[in-house]
Write a protein that binds this ligand. Structure first.
Ligand code: DC
Length: 207
């Protein structure tokens, strides 16, 4: 079974998806980590992400991310990698390779998967689709608090990435028609986790 949690950067997807997965005893899938890994590999190799994506080996387990056998959990969070990941994610052959990998993973077991296109493309049959949002300044504030960067700088870079993620021709960021849209601007993390877990339990009961 798949619970899909999509939305823009800083809406709280990762923290929420991780906590909900733990509560339900499901496995957490961070699909953004896969695009970040491709972005990092492309940066390092000086080759286009589309060439790299079909060949990389990405392993996600126990909260760690491995790229071709190397632990890149921390290095994929660097701002330059965020930028490279956003570019890589706009490239159709990259998306094709990542979606295929994600579908293979999700085909067995119980998952809480977070990303941008889980409910729309990767797992259109997900038992529950949640689209998390928050105002742009609030999302920038949260991300700045996490990274220690200046809010203004995060806000500027976020606007560029948001624009690219929303307007790309392939799988632009948008809620699935049947997604529950949750604006978390004025909610605490605990409140969001409780709400999503409640929705998930209802979905599981209804199956
Ligand atoms: O969630 P994140 O910041 O780790 O994602 C990194 C980039 O990958 C971001 O630009 C959005 C993109 N992405 C995507 O296009 N589709 C996904 N399912 C997950 C992430």
């Amino acid at each position: 079974m798949v619970i899909a949690i999509d939305g823009p950067a800083g809406a709280g997807k990762s923290s929420v998806a991780r906590a909900v997965a733990e509560e339900l005893g499901f496995t957490f899938l961070d699909s953004g980590a896969m695009y970040r890994s491709v972005g990092l590999a492309a940066m390092r190799g000086g080759r286009p992400p589309a060439e790299i994506a079909p060949r990389v080996r990405i392993e996600l387990s126990g909260g760690r991310v491995e790229l071709n056998g190397e632990d890149v959990t921390e290095s994929i969070r660097a701002p330059r990698v965020s930028e490279a990941a956003s570019r890589a994610a706009a490239d159709p052959p990259v998306r094709q390779a990542m979606v295929a990998m994600q579908r293979r993973l999700l085909s067995e077991g119980d998952w809480v998967a977070e990303g941008r296109d889980i409910g729309t493309v990767v797992a259109p049959d997900a038992a529950l689709k949640v689209f998390l949002t928050a105002s742009a300044p609030e999302r920038a504030r949260r991300r700045a608090a996490e990274s220690g960067a200046a809010v203004e700088m995060v806000l500027t870079e976020q606007a560029i990435r948001d624009q690219r993620d929303r307007t790309r021709a392939h799988s632009p960021l948008e809620p699935a028609p049947e997604a529950v849209v949750l604006d978390t601007t004025n909610m605490t993390l605990d409140e969001v986790v409780r709400r999503v877990a409640e929705l998930a339990r209802e979905a599981i009961k209804g199956l």
